[in-house]
Ligand binder design. Structure first.
Ligand code: GLP
Length: 253
């Protein structure tokens, strides 16, 4: 089942999405969180940091596994996802860094790294809540449109449109890595709860296609239609096409 919740703006989206995570951590202080990067979850992470500062939540026992990491970037590279997580969440809350996991962008043997990461995810005993964004081509993690859905951690080749979209974070397009480690679609779908955050007009069409179109690996996020507990938080711009085509499908926060 998919719930689609429209927030008034990015800040409210972050607050609402964070509330779902806070309520999980209150129920289960050692929850396993699957985390995502990108611009969409920034207000969510800011709201979690805020709640921590106010003494409303402790991450001391929380464990995390991230969706993906660029191949070739060291953990301290400005655009690595390890660095993103440290800058936007891990260094700002009381999480134990030993409980945080990402694929190793510098792994010498990519195939072995995929299997190692599968073992890490399995050792957690299941992801309680997975945070996701959606790429402009409907990708989740770095699982790009393809003829089949991926299952476990895989070495993804970034689509040209993904490189274009992510080039804004790098000095030039040539510097964007062309490959990444990504948790697979099968692995993502095993999470007990899925929380997707979506912002902006440029995601409005693909979001409608993913949530209401055919379930196909050519739109990887369409697999969410098979999820049992999926909540999509969007801003008015991202929700606009769904609101126009499927009146009543969107709940206003
Ligand atoms: C990247 C990430 C995805 C993310 C997507 C959208 O490619 N690998 O996990 O969801 O971009 O990013 P943004 O939120 O910046 O639009």
């Amino acid at each position: 089942m998919i719930r689609i919740i429209e927030a008034k703006n990015e800040k409210e989206l972050g607050t609402l999405a964070a509330e779902q995570i806070l309520s999980l951590i209150r129920r289960k202080p050692d929850a396993v969180l699957g985390l995502a990067t990108g611009s969409s979850p920034l207000s969510l992470y800011a709201a979690l940091v805020e709640a921590h500062k106010k003494g409303e939540v402790s991450f001391a026992k929380v464990k995390t596994v991230n969706l993906d990491e660029y191949v070739g970037l060291a953990p301290d590279h400005e655009q690595s996802y390890a660095r993103f997580m440290r800058d936007h969440l891990f260094s700002l809350v009381d999480i134990d860094m030993k409980n945080t996991h990402l694929p190793d962008g510098l792994a010498a043997d990519p195939v072995a790294e995929c299997r190692r990461y599968d073992a890490v995810v399995d050792s957690m005993g299941g992801v309680d809540l997975q945070v996701l964004g959606i790429g402009p081509d409907g990708h989740i993690g770095f699982n790009e449109p393809a003829d089949t859905f991926t299952d476990g951690t895989n070495l993804a080749v970034l689509a040209d449109s993904t490189i274009d979209a992510n080039a804004r974070f790098f000095a030039s397009r040539d510097e964007v890595p062309t490959r990444a480690f990504s948790m697979g679609v099968g692995q993502i779908m095993k999470a007990k709860e899925i929380l997707m955050v979506v912002l902006g007009t440029n995601k409005a069409d693909i979001l409608e296609k993913a949530l209401f179109g055919e379930v196909t690996p050519h739109v990887p996020a369409s697999i969410l239609q098979k999820g049992e507990n999926v909540t999509v938080y969007c801003d008015p711009a991202a929700a606009s096409v769904i609101r126009a085509k499927h009146p009543g499908a969107v709940t206003l926060a």
